[in-house]
Design a protein around this ligand. Structure first.
Ligand code: ZN
Ligand code: ZN
Length: 595
């Protein structure tokens, strides 16, 4: 039964891909109709649709997209058959050269050089012929419900030194309903975009003067972050971790030994020279934590050691891939490194996995996807460490996953060269998976740095080392959290928990008294004394996603009360100040999502 469903799913995925790629051909045909001088690059199917890259005589406008949409619809209505043919390489080159399509000629030349093909594969619908391996749907009528979405810049072959092209993105679905559901999803994702919410809620920004990919946290965002860090500190202290602090730069020789200069240098900032030594900004904390371990001889009795640090690292990312907090050049990892004996590994793994799940649960991430990445058995030369350690580590991870009754996907052969790992992805409120936590074995660094402990029998042994990130990057985690909640943080994270709204000026004094009482109890409270109307103040507080609005007027003063509304619009009526304060404190202390 399961097998049937899976086959259906795979078939559907294949059909969608063929449909979307066919839509790309229809788009290219429409473009040649609109701009006969257009030069065509490539047009693949992607996750939810397709794109085509064009070299055009001018920049596309929104009106152009409308015109292309209309032309595409016309072509789809004509049900043009997709016809496959082949052509000898030389003939194909002159064919595309004559049609002034130099990118296609370059693609054919590459095929010729790299795959030494004698002929190339073509698909034709109507007058339009493209260099293409297929597959396609039968005719343009089967392209389904589509919409062109936007344009973006792209480089030919993704190379910044080559021609700048215009990429047209579209989405295509089997039915109109599917299309509409997806467009609605896009709208909702746009509404929740963390960059937009960061601006609207005054949480963080990027400054031209500082540089791209380097975030500055404003007071409100800083408050949320410090609360996240407080929780991080509290939970790690309770979890038996030790807090360490390490520098931001280290000598080239350190990164040489760790191997980062070998396999990670593209992502590292250029070195600075101090006293004729080269120093690199750290892209990772691991080699530093290793120095703490190595600072003296370790005995088997000291293990396990659990070091943790909120360490800010810097990685060079091309400016084109930077994306707010989700992909930045400077970010803070909640890094931990565990060092343990083989006999401690199983309990450590169960413990660390449980620890991660507990914290993700507190943040409201209940829907998780777990992946176990293992090595390719038998391919020992590709990997660092001993085969028996790989097997032991994998068995340990499986045991921990089973012990906690977790379902997971096994990704055979997906492990990095230095060890197997478990990745934890959360699925957010829009159903999008995000990779957050990682529990990653490392057989390389302990070997590279010669890590040892003295065993019970007095001989030197090598410890197991496990990298563990939970938030991953605090910045990215915050961005995901912001989108997940659409800015409406649970009470414990909210930078302002209560706004007190006096109905008229004469209620200001009482409002300030209530604010003082709440503030003394640890509640984060603002008083809105602007001379706006009450409804405008309520609306503004709602837009700022403040959990509680406490309205005060004559009656509340007489009763020693506040009239409480929630940001959801729900009206809780009059509550005594002490009662209200207790409710807010309870929600904050229990880290509950309820208001
Ligand atoms: Zn094609
Ligand atoms: Zn690490």
């Amino acid at each position: 039964m399961t097998v049937t469903i899976k086959t259906d799913e795979q078939q559907r995925a294949r059909h969608l891909a063929a449909m979307r790629h066919s839509a790309a051909h229809v788009l290219a045909a429409a473009m040649l109709d609109l701009m006969p001088d257009a030069k065509l690059a490539i047009g693949p199917a992607i996750d939810t649709g397709f794109y085509y890259d064009f070299d055009l005589p001018r920049t596309l406008t929104p009106e152009d997209l409308d015109a292309l949409n209309r032309r595409m619809r016309r072509i789809i209505k004509q049900k043009q058959v997709f016809q496959h043919s082949t052509m000898p390489v030389d003939e194909a080159k002159s064919f595309f050269l004559e049609r002034n399509q130099p990118y296609k000629v370059e693609l054919i030349e590459d095929l010729e050089r790299e795959a030494s093909v004698a002929e190339v594969s073509l698909y034709q619908n109507g007058d339009f012929i493209d260099l293409c391996e297929g597959p396609h749907v039968a005719n343009t009528g089967a392209v389904g419900a589509f919409k062109l979405l936007r344009t973006a810049g792209a480089y030919w072959r993704g190379d910044e030194n080559r021609q700048q092209l215009q990429r047209v993105y579209g989405t295509a679905w089997e039915t109109k309903d599917d299309l509409n559901a997806y467009l609605k999803f896009l709208e909702e994702a746009e509404r929740r975009d963390h960059r937009r919410l960061g601006r609207e809620l005054d949480l963080f920004s990027f400054s031209e003067d500082i540089g791209p990919g380097l975030v500055v946290w404003h007071a409100k965002g800083g408050h949320v972050r410090s609360t996240m860090e407080d929780y991080w500190r509290e939970s790690h202290r309770a979890g038996g971790y030790e807090f360490i602090y390490t520098p931001h730069i280290g000598k080239a020789s350190l990164w040489q030994t760790s191997g980062h200069l070998n396999w990670f240098s593209d992502n590292m900032y250029a070195p600075v020279e101090i006293d004729e030594q080269q120093y690199y900004l750290k892209p990772m904390n691991c080699p530093f934590h290793i120095q703490v371990y190595k600072s003296r001889t370790r005995s088997y009795r000291e293990l396990p050691l659990r070091y943790t640090e909120a360490g800010t690292v810097y990685r060079y990312e091309r400016s084109g891939v930077l994306h707010g907090l989700l992909r930045a050049r400077g970010f803070t990892q909640d890094d931990a490194h565990l060092f343990c004996r083989p006999d401690q590994m199983d309990s450590e793994l169960t413990r660390v996995l449980q620890f991660c799940l507990g914290i993700l649960d507190t943040y409201g991430f209940k829907d998780l996807e777990l992946e176990l990445s293992t090595w390719e058995r038998g391919e020992t030369t590709k990997y660092a460490g001993e085969a028996q350690d790989w097997e032991l580590a994998e068995a340990g991870l499986v045991k921990a996953l089973d012990e906690l009754d977790l379902s997971y996907k096994r990704m055979a052969g997906e492990a990095a060269f230095y060890g197997p790992k478990v990745d934890i992805k959360i699925v957010d409120v829009l159903g999008r998976p995000w990779q957050l936590s990682t529990i990653q074995f490392d057989f390389w660094l302990p070997q590279a740095f010669g890590l040892e402990y003295i065993g019970e029998d007095g001989s030197a042994r090598r410890p197991f080392m496990i990298h563990r990130a939970l938030y991953g990057s605090i910045e990215r985690f915050f961005g995901i959290l912001l989108e997940h909640y659409g800015g409406a943080f649970p009470v414990w994270l909210a930078p302002v928990q209560v706004v007190i709204i006096p109905i008229a000026d004469r209620h200001n004094e009482y409002a300030q008294q209530v604010a003082a009482t709440l503030s003394e109890a640890g509640v984060l409270v603002d008083v809105d004394t602007r001379s706006e109307r009450m409804n405008a103040k309520i609306r503004d507080a709602q837009l700022q996603k403040v959990p509680y609005m406490a309205v005060v007027g004559d009656r509340e003063i007489d009763d020693g009360a506040v009239n409480v509304r929630l940001r959801t619009g729900e009206n809780c009526g009059a509550l005594q100040v002490a009662e209200f304060s207790a409710r807010v404190q309870d929600r904050a202390q229990s880290r509950s999502e309820a208001l």
